[in-house]
Design a protein around this ligand. Structure first.
Ligand code: FEO
Length: 390
């Protein structure tokens, strides 16, 4: 059977990785797709490749439309291996194709796969004529790597956006208006928070560029294709890029013998009584992607850990390492917890809060298990902190 024709002469030839739940540490319960698009214009062009392990299935899909040897151009918008892994297989199967790529992308591709491609380097504003269709290259460096670019197909008003506007969401239905939009919007937010957050400052410029294009489709490198919710999507990206915050408060903790857990529940009760939205998580590594998605639009976050071996619990250390890389700047944050004969967790957490670019507020901790007066103090601590982010 032929792959789906998205619009006339443009085919969806990517891979749906239904059972992939861990995308380099990003929990993906709805799976992952590696999107690729085949443009059957006067000249034949493939936009992006797929993960290397799927190269055989990918080429078999392309063959259902055209002999790969007839492909004239292959656009490589981004060299991260989820999009480029099949490049060596393409080089072999498409001996007549030129690989259109940014200067940085060329260097990266050679590092990954060797100097085996017929490259043509493109830069901002360059166009490629396919005869009856024209492609325009738009660099978007750091969204998500230095090489990243997006490609605009003027005649069909399609933006092939690679990582930008992507989501980890598998469905046999390929368009935004054919799937559960509550999951779709959550997944696009989660993707932004876990992949693009460190580069959020660059989003505004990219959104302005995209807003200046006539668009019928945004066809990303991951997940569903946007056709009915493009305006809302661009508005969301603009908001997330600007760091728009709400009065939502995230509380995340780990516990050994229940003292910090009792405190976390007290902090949550106090914070909830301040009137904003509060979400409590016990950290378990898998849920870090969801915590970060919630944090994206939150005003603040509280971290709880008992002291173990003079420091915070190792799980919490993993979360902080993740956050240090993502840099959720502008979020108010504080630490709480319990300790026995000596402390250490509080200091560890506060140091990481600063390293992650968050705004450190005073914390609260107590010795051994919190007693009623300390539970009341923890409630007050939660209330006071929640008031600060309202
Ligand atoms: Fe989907 Fe940055 O790769």
């Amino acid at each position: 059977m032929k792959p789906q024709e998205l619009v006339k002469d443009i085919y969806d030839v990517g891979i749906i990785d239904w059972t992939m739940e861990d995308f380099h540490g990003f929990y993906t319960p709805h799976g992952v797709t590696y999107n690729s698009y085949l443009i059957m214009a006067d000249k034949i062009c493939l936009v992006d490749a797929v993960k290397g392990v799927y190269a055989g299935e990918f080429l078999a899909t392309i063959r259902r439309v055209v002999d790969p040897a007839k492909i004239d151009y292959i656009i490589i918008n981004h060299v991260e291996p989820d999009h480029s892994g099949a490049m060596p297989a393409l080089a072999e199967a498409c001996p007549n194709a030129k690989f259109m790529i940014s200067k940085q992308g060329k260097a990266e591709a050679i590092e990954h796969y060797g100097d085996i491609f017929d490259f043509e380097v493109v830069k901002s504003g360059d166009t490629l004529s396919l005869g009856n269709k024209t492609l325009q290259f738009i660099p978007v460096p750091m969204l998500h790597w230095p090489d990243s670019m997006v490609t605009y197909l003027a005649e069909d008003q399609i933006l092939f956006s690679n990582d930008s506007f992507g989501q980890h969401y598998c469905s046999s239905k390929r368009f935004d208006d054919q799937v559960d939009t509550s999951i779709l919007y959550y997944e696009v937010k989660k993707y932004f928070a876990n992949i693009l957050l460190p580069y959020a400052k660059l989003i505004g410029k990219a959104v302005n560029t995209v807003n200046g294009l006539d668009l019928k489709l945004i066809a990303p490198g991951h997940g569903c294709i946007w056709r009915s919710h493009i305006k809302e999507l661009l508005a969301k990206y603009d908001e997330w890029g600007r760091g728009v915050k709400s009065d939502k408060l995230i509380i995340v903790y780990d516990t050994m013998w229940g003292g910090t857990e009792a405190m976390a529940r007290a902090v949550t009760r106090g914070a909830s009584s301040a009137g904003g939205t509060v979400k409590l998580f016990r950290y378990n590594n898998i849920n870090k992607s969801d915590i970060v998605a919630e944090l994206l639009t939150a005003g603040g976050i509280l971290f709880g850990s008992p002291t173990q071996n003079s420091g915070m619990m190792p799980n919490m250390g993993g979360l902080f390492t993740y956050l240090k890389g993502l840099k959720p700047i502008g979020k108010k944050a504080a630490a709480f917890g319990t300790y026995g004969w000596s402390g250490g967790a509080q200091k560890d957490m506060e140091e990481f809060i600063v390293k992650a670019g968050m705004e450190l507020e005073p914390g609260y901790n107590c010795k051994w298990r919190p007693r009623p007066a300390e539970i009341a103090a923890a409630e007050q601590f939660g209330y006071d902190f929640a008031k600060k982010i309202k």
